[in-house]
Ligand binder design. Structure first.
Ligand code: MN
Length: 489
């Protein structure tokens, strides 16, 4: 399902105390707001008739629960709506929940204001009654206060919506494991059953032989068609066309396997290629460009996160890209500190800046033919690097704000795609915090989501989020980690 196919339901609370005649006004206000939001936000917002009783609230929330393309509810108390009425509905709610504290009119009408106006427009206190009940019930809720037409308010709503869609898509995600994790590596492994319980991911293993059957079945015509896609998107900087054609063969095969089985993400493992002639490099990169998630060396968590983050950014204006990356090597020159990000092959070309060339070089690890791969450098600007780790009793999502920069010089001898960034608050604190929190060397990276957004997603999934940003101090971070240890027991 694409982002535009999702909708959110706007459920406006009131009560019978003020007389029936106000309901038409409330519903018309709600409709105006939904019309405006549907124009400005990533998804449609649907106004439901205002709710006045416990049974109406339960009824609309049960409908929301059972409507697959409803990605969450948005509540607002136009008037005072006694919150005991909301208990049964909120108990039943199993979708993301946003409470907007706003009001229809921006200005207080100083000259004409009377008690009728006060009674009809009292979200300032109605929304406080509503806040109490979600606090009392420990509901996972996002609260946004402000005027509904303000850009800042709408931006916040849009941010939450994309996180809610990530939550919805998370519960449907299937991840294909081609082979297992790289032998002896700890951080890329984890509890797949817990991932399914908590995050909804169905993580399934297939043997490399299952993929090889598909690889062998690819026809020359299919390879020709795939080569045309490469020619349209990339510059050829290799004479080894046979190698590129083999990547095309692998891509066609893996894509078919993913689509036939409903997988949105996959990983490979260079240690276990069996009769595959090359590690999928260009193939994995071009699949990521199309929106599939990918993780290397058996990293199913990164594969899943890259997929979700790609969905969450779908259709975003001026999107700059999302990819798996790996922290490789440091630059410790004062004032130019940063981490060179790369992988042995598999970085998504969506993050590229400038030309993207296909090169064919030996792989320093593994024992196969020289694989074709895309080589490029990445865009400047703000991004987030995330790592989902399994702590045994819980998942922790670590989110680091990073500043991506141009590399000082070309790197003619480095035949892989790269990014270069300085983690916030600075390389030293950022790296210390990341390592203390247990963050992996692999990350799911994007320019197009914010730390808050990934934190909203983590909250919706009920997992711990740890932020590393401009405000991070090691002492505070350690306390946050200790608090998480208690809270997520
Ligand atoms: Mn790796």
């Amino acid at each position: 399902m694409a982002i535009k196919d999702y909708e959110f339901w706007f459920i406006v609370g009131t009560q019978h105390l003020y007389g029936e005649e106000i309901f038409a006004d409330i519903n018309s206000h709600a409709q105006d707001m939904c019309d405006e939001w549907s124009k400005k936000l990533p998804c449609k917002v649907v106004a439901k008739p205002c709710v006045k009783t416990s049974s109406e609230i339960l009824n609309v929330i049960e409908q929301a629960n059972n409507t697959p393309n409803c990605a969450g509810i948005i509540t607002w108390m136009h008037t005072f709506s006694p919150s005991k009425m909301w208990i049964s509905g909120l108990n039943a709610l199993n979708k993301p929940y946003l409470h907007v504290n706003t009001q229809y009119n921006r200005d207080i009408p100083w000259d004409s204001i009377d008690m009728d106006f006060m009674n009809l427009n009292q979200s300032a206190h109605g929304d406080r009654e509503h806040g109490y009940i979600h606090a009392r019930m420990r509901k996972k809720v996002k609260v946004i206060a402000g005027y509904w037409k303000d850009e800042q308010f709408q931006n916040k709503m849009g941010i939450w919506m994309r996180a809610a869609i990530g939550a919805s898509e998370s519960r449907k995600l299937r991840v294909l494991r081609i082979s297992d994790n790289m032998r002896n590596v700890a951080v890329t492994d984890g509890d797949k059953i817990e991932a399914q319980i908590k995050l909804g991911w169905q993580v399934d293993h297939y043997g490399v032989g299952d993929i090889i059957k598909y690889v062998n079945a690819v026809t020359d015509d299919e390879i020709d068609a795939q080569m045309q896609v490469y020619k349209n998107n990339y510059e050829f900087d290799t004479d080894n066309i046979d190698s590129v054609r083999y990547q095309a063969r692998e891509e066609v095969a893996i894509k078919k396997f993913l689509d036939e089985n409903g997988f949105g993400a996959f990983h490979t493992n260079f240690e276990d290629l069996q009769e595959l002639r090359q590690l999928p490099g260009l193939a994995a990169q071009d699949l990521m460009r199309q929106g599939y998630g990918f993780g290397a060396e058996g990293d199913w968590k990164v594969a899943a996160m890259v997929r979700l983050m790609k969905i969450m950014t779908e259709g975003k204006k001026d999107a700059k890209g999302t990819s798996m990356l790996e922290d490789y090597t440091y630059n410790f020159v004062k004032g130019k500190e940063g981490i060179l990000e790369a992988h042995m092959l598999e970085i998504c070309p969506s993050i590229a800046d400038g030309p993207i060339s296909i090169k064919c070089q030996p792989l320093s690890m593994g024992d196969r033919e020289d694989p074709a791969r895309l080589v490029f450098t990445s865009k400047e600007g703000k991004g987030i690097a995330t790592s989902l780790i399994d702590l045994g009793n819980r998942f922790r999502l670590i989110i680091n704000d990073v500043d991506c920069k141009k590399v000082e010089k070309p790197m003619p001898k480095l035949p892989v795609a790269t990014n270069f960034w300085t983690p916030q608050p600075d390389l030293y604190t950022g790296a210390e915090a990341w390592i203390l929190a247990g963050g992996a060397h692999h990350t799911a990276f994007t320019y197009d989501l914010t730390a808050e957004q990934m934190g909203d997603w983590a909250a919706m999934m009920g997992i711990e989020a740890v932020y590393i940003d401009k405000d991070t101090k090691i002492r505070d971070l350690k306390r946050d980690l200790m608090l998480g240890e208690v809270f997520y027991r």
